[in-house]
Ligand binder design. Structure first.
Ligand SMILES: Cc1cc2nc3c(=O)[nH]c(=O)nc-3n(C[C@H](O)[C@H](O)[C@H](O)COP(=O)(O)O)c2cc1C
Length: 161
């Protein structure tokens, strides 16, 4: 079975929840993108997150696994100010030259499609994701993501053997 890594950043738990559900469907390993300091906690952190997303700021991030060791990288990000969250942008910037095929999902308050994130990902990595999916925070909290997750997992599996 091809090795798949699901990496994610999550400030308030919804992307994390989806990452674990997707990893289980794909029998993938999982990694969390962490920050050395709680830069995005609380109200100040919220506004910092918006500012950093808009400014394309790259915070220091840490992770446990090297995505270059995997045949496919799937990553999850919250939507911040209509863009990738700053920690995921930093993660992709760090590993862009070393990764193979990618797939992605993102979670937002509104649940809009946010095609701008797909464009950002292509610009950052030079790769077109094999599959993407957009979720709303509400879907995650209500446990109503099953069908969309199944489709995403199926689309990803179609590219790995
Ligand atoms: C800094 C910040 C900016 C956000 N910007 C947006 C936005 O532009 N559009 C939207 O629909 N939701 C926005 N949200 C809501 C999050 O995308 C949503 O709550 C998501 O579920 C958070 O994922 P998490 O629980 O994994 O951190 C924002 C949240 C934060 C903290």
């Amino acid at each position: 079975m091809t090795k798949v890594l699901v990496a994610y950043f999550s400030r308030s738990g919804t992307t994390e929840e989806l990452a674990h559900q997707l990893a289980a469907r794909l029998s993938a390993e999982i990694d969390v993108i962490r920050l050395p300091s709680p830069a995005y906690a609380g109200v100040v952190g919220y506004w910092r997150g918006i500012w950093h997303a808009l400014r394309h700021h790259l915070p220091d991030v840490a992770c446990q696994r090297d995505p270059a060791d995997y045949a496919l990288l799937v990553f999850g990000s919250p939507v911040w100010a209509g863009r990738l969250s700053a920690p995921v942008r930093a993660y992709l910037t760090r590993f862009a030259g070393h990764i193979g095929p990618i797939a992605a999902f993102w979670v937002s308050g509104s649940g809009l499609a946010y095609p701008a994130l797909a464009r950002e990902i292509e610009e950052l990595t030079g790769r077109v994701p094999l599959a993407t999916s957009s979720f709303s925070r509400r879907e995650v909290l209500e446990g109503a993501t099953g069908d969309k997750l199944d489709v995403l997992a199926r689309d990803i599996r179609a590219h790995v053997s």
